[in-house]
Design a protein around this ligand. Structure first.
Ligand code: SAM
Length: 195
């Protein structure tokens, strides 16, 4: 992993390849847990030639919440509450510096977001990177009903044994929503409509 980056080069490549595949799918692109916006700007670079699509970024900008029992792991206690704190201003300044189209940046806890008022009407691509069970579960509940046919949801940390809440939330979601199927690539969960 490159210094300060939260995802590996391989993961980034998978994310961008899958994003490209959704160019003609209706809807906007969302990232739940954008942190300092390093993956967000990479996605925005890909989307530069897609003027009809907006990028929506969500984060508490207060750092991580408390873990719940579902996040307990024998593989180390990754992260403490309040860790990974960034700011919307920092993310916005990165976009400005790189001359990228301004994204919608929302500072909120995911469970305080209103699906009608705070999310796009349709979603073509989503990156969910909230690390913990409740964060991923909430993002899936918000995003999945808005996913267009042909759209994709990528969930980070599916194979990260130090953050088991991510896989638990994805597996539960798939059990309850059999219209979706799972594909794995470089440890990322890729959720799509069953073909
Ligand atoms: C690992 S970082 C995201 C990294 C980013 N996607 C990237 O690729 O650089 C996780 C982020 O999720 C945010 N987060 C986690 N749970 C959240 C929640 N329930 N509500 C809002 N933000 C949350 C944290 O504040 C943190 O910035």
């Amino acid at each position: 992993m490159t210094k300060d980056l939260q995802i590996t080069e391989r993961e980034l490549n998978v994310i961008l390849e899958n994003l490209v595949q959704t160019e003609s799918v209706s809807g906007d692109v969302v990232e739940f847990g954008c942190y300092m916006g390093d993956t967000s700007v990479k996605m925005a670079e890909v989307m530069k030639s897609w003027p009809e699509k907006w990028l929506w970024l969500y984060d508490s900008f207060e750092g991580l919440p408390e873990k719940t029992a579902a996040d307990k792991s024998g593989d180390g206690w990754a992260f403490r509450p309040g860790e990974l704190k960034a700011s919307a201003e920092l993310v916005a300044s990165k976009f400005k510096k790189l001359n990228l189209p301004e994204p919608v940046i929302m500072k909120a806890w995911f469970n305080e977001l209103d699906a009608n008022d705070d999310l796009p009407k349709q979603i073509s691509f989503a990156l969910l990177d909230g690390d913990y069970y409740e964060s991923i579960k909430t993002s899936l509940i918000l995003v999945a009903p808005k996913l267009s046919q042909g759209g994709k949801i990528i969930v980070h940390d599916y194979r990260n044994s130090a953050l088991p809440g991510s896989a638990k939330a994805v597996n539960e979601f798939l059990e309850n929503n059999p219209i979706f199927q799972l594909r794995l690539a470089s440890g990322l969960a890729i959720i799509e409509y069953r073909g």
